[in-house]
Design a protein around this ligand. Sequence first.
Ligand code: AMP
Ligand code: MG
Length: 487
Amino acid sequence: MKALDELTFDNRFARLGDVFSTSVLPEPITEPRLVVASDAALALLDLDHEQAELPVFAELFSGQKLWAEADPRAMVYSGHQFGSYNPRLGDGRGLLLGEVYNDAGEHWDLHLKGAGQTPYSRMGDGRAVLRSSIREFLASEALHALGIPSSRAACVIGSTTPVWRETQERAAMVLRLAKSHIRFGSFEYFFYTKQPERLKELADHVLRLHYPQALEAEEPYLAMFTEIVERNAELIAKWQAYGFCHGVMNTDNMSVLGITFDFGPFAFLDDFDQKFICNHSDHEGRYSFSNQVPIAQWNLSALAQALTPFISVDALREAIGLFLPLYQAHYLDLMRRRLGLTTTEDDDSKIVTGLLQLMQNSGVDYTLFFRRLGDESAEVAVNRLRDDFVDRAGFDAWAEVYKARVARESAGTEAQRQVRMHAVNPLYILRNYLAQRAIEDAEKGDYQEVRRLHAVLCNPFKEQAAMDSYAQRPPDWGKHLEISCSS
Ligand code: AMP
Ligand code: MG
């Protein structure tokens, strides 16, 4: 483990120069204080929890003090927002402080969100409020614990700095970690501003640092793009299988690493609903839960467009064509596991879609259904669960098919099936109402609840004594919380 001043920097992105990012100093917030830290994320920097408790930690992780080797930069990018091209975005409130490498030799971007205005702030104040910082922190760490690739979050630092949204709030910052903050929109920026040489530099940078195996291929750029397609297919399959709704899948919020990135009005489904829209500003439902699949493919096409100077259109088309079949294979595999199945049969996808349709019609809790299905033998579990369905006859028919399907599984005993299912079906997810409860306390200066919730979410599959209340369906007030874009 290291002390705070022992972090080692190697600012590879900054070295690409001023065309790719602009040097900006963070604008400090007043009275920075630790709201919550993730020990698991800090460990990626070889830091332990004791460091987080030091006053200098809050100063460093809010940009009030800087490491001598840090080189804070706002990255330039553009992107398609809700389907329309916006030629100029960029880090309007985020700063890449630098890249740190740990003892295992891994590089991690230290990225501060809410660090003040930059040349890309447009009309914005460069700030983030406490509630959105807490939400990003909890979501990143919760997704990671579920096994869903995501940027990580080291901590949230709160302050007394006032910020105006609908009412006065307090500024906060989240310190985000990712192997890279390069987005689809970073490529789009250099493509649409007709800077092919810069575009190539960016592509070479990503290839060298993040897709080195693609360098061995006959067409390295194509191999890299193909892997981006593959990673996205797997990522979106995980979102769909676990009921995660991102909310703002603009191409500037899509990472070239295929990780969940840039959290806004995201939500995990409570009741199963294919048409669920978590972003209050998304009137058309462009980013509704079920649309995430075609939208991911659309976004890959936007990235492909930006790569046309290096890859033939036919090859790009072919690579994009891999997305849907790969997605479907990953998704079905995950859903089989969620149902406790280890073998494959031709009709398995019908079992999945049949169940989802029944859940949709009755507003069944998506997470708890799968958890409860693995609590007991299939026979006993379906008998208990049938009460949640309005269409009992429909559910009974499904249950017969499911039980027969389970009976054809040769893998192990009933008890083993239950263990297997509990290992993939979380009991605790980041429900909006849980986040809201923690946020309301934090806004009053009480950080216990956000810390407790974070701890629960770090272990989503293991039943935790005395944490029953975190596994409950939302109360009425928690069902329709309205959450909009940037805050
Ligand atoms: P987002 O919806 O958070 O992905 O942000 C879209 C764009 O708006 C990005 O370029 C952000 O940096 C910028 N942005 C969002 N909120 C602010 C803010 N409060 N101040 C300045 N820029 C912002
Ligand atoms: Mg963004």
